[in-house]
Design a protein around this ligand. Structure first.
Ligand code: SF4
Ligand code: SF4
Length: 314
């Protein structure tokens, strides 16, 4: 496994970062012990970095895994816009992880300099928390080229977590080349960068090898968060990220598992998920929500607001 320093921080991360979203309650919904065992398997194989977010509901898995690997690096994110709400969010994270600090804490889903400025009270709280040692590095996650460019120019930020994949799936305001240019600029500004959605939220699973080769050839990415739900996926990804050639049969087995957003028949058509989806992938038609699979980036954020629990990525 390759390890990299995350920009100008003192944090060293494995190139493969364990993305927890896909095994958690918004997607596969593994039990706590089963999920923790899966994370530990990856950590035993050299992964030292986990990515999560308050909204994913995955802190209990990470807490269990940290018992065996207390030094592992954890990144989390919060939508909190004010200082008070960010304080609550960070303390919830620390308590849920049973830890005195979290390595990286990000403003979740920032779009541009304007949304970042709108969250500046929360940033000011995080700066104080960083001084006190409650968090080691701060920054943003983003689906926007403009988000990466804005955060790159803000000296207070240490880390940027952008969406990037070979097909540009999910990049909200541009294409692959614009995002790569913005990432290069951010790296030049000393930011630690780890990518997300290298498989386009699942759309690129049929061409996993090509998608992975693309992302591994982006030198500015200190790490890449990849969602993993099974020991087979861990084996494939560890092998790929270690520069080895993954078992062909295993690669073929994973390639045949496309993922998509499923809405249960008992959808009430309330429209909350439609409002939540920033990709414009949902619409209520004849009293029930319909998914445009071309636009859906399988982030599961719509599932988190459904009062009927009828959305799942499967
Ligand atoms: S939030 Fe749930 S119940 Fe409401 S429209 Fe969406 S899927 Fe249907
Ligand atoms: S439909 Fe749901 S999973 Fe798909 S992009 Fe929108 S919020 Fe994300």
């Amino acid at each position: 496994m390759q390890y990299n320093k995350l920009g100008n921080t003192e944090i060293t991360v494995s190139r493969l970062c364990f993305g927890t979203l896909t095994m958690g309650p918004l997607q596969k919904g593994l039990g706590i012990q089963a999920g923790a065992k899966l994370i530990c398997l990856a950590l035993e194989k050299g992964v030292n970095f986990m990515d999560t977010a308050e909204i994913y509901g995955c802190y209990p898995y990470i807490k269990e895994a940290l018992r065996s690997f207390p030094e592992a690096v954890v990144a989390s994110k919060s939508y909190a816009p004010t200082g008070q709400e960010m304080e609550k969010s960070l303390h919830h994270c620390l308590k849920a992880l049973d830890r005195d600090y979290v390595d990286i804490f990000l403003l979740h889903e920032q779009e541009s300099v304007f949304t970042i400025r709108g969250h500046w009270e929360a940033v000011e709280y995080l700066l104080k928390a960083r001084e006190k040692g409650l968090v080691r590095a701060i920054g943003i996650s983003t689906h926007y080229v403009a988000g990466v460019r804005a955060a790159a120019s803000i000296p207070e930020f240490d880390v940027i977590h952008p969406i990037i994949n070979r097909a540009g799936i999910g990049i909200a305001d541009g294409g692959v080349d614009e995002m790569l240019d913005a990432i290069s600029f951010a790296a030049m500004m000393g930011k630690g960068i780890y990518g997300m959605k290298c498989l386009g939220g699942g759309h690129l699973i049929p061409e996993t090898d090509r998608a992975m080769d693309f992302i591994l050839a982006v030198p500015q990415l200190a790490a890449v968060a990849v969602g993993m739900q099974s020991p087979e996926e861990i084996e494939y990804n560890v092998s790929k990220f270690s520069g080895a050639c993954p078992d062909r049969e295993l690669a073929e087995q994973l390639r045949r598992k496309p993922r998509y957003l499923h809405v249960e028949d008992y959808c009430q058509g309330c429209g909350r998920c439609v409002e939540r989806c920033s990709a414009g992938a949902l619409a209520v038609v004849d009293g029930r929500v319909q998914v445009n699979r071309e636009l859906c980036r399988l982030c599961s954020y719509c599932a988190s607001v459904c009062p009927e629990f009828c959305i799942k990525v499967i």
